[in-house]
Ligand binder design. Sequence first.
Ligand SMILES: [Zn+2]
Length: 62
Amino acid sequence: MRLVKKQHWFKGRLYIVENVEAEVCTECGERYFHATVLDAIDRMIAADHRVKEVLSVEVLTA
Ligand SMILES: [Zn+2]
């Protein structure tokens, strides 16, 4: 298990959440999140929560 920084969509808004538990594939680096972890993030966002920083994000098309 590692702690990673995760992009997380909730109700049409994008959040960046630090220190999220993930399984990271040693072959390709892909990250896997348990459903319980994802549910916990949803609950944290829905409840009162501390905002560390607010970013504006550029969206590009490749
Ligand atoms: Zn892999």
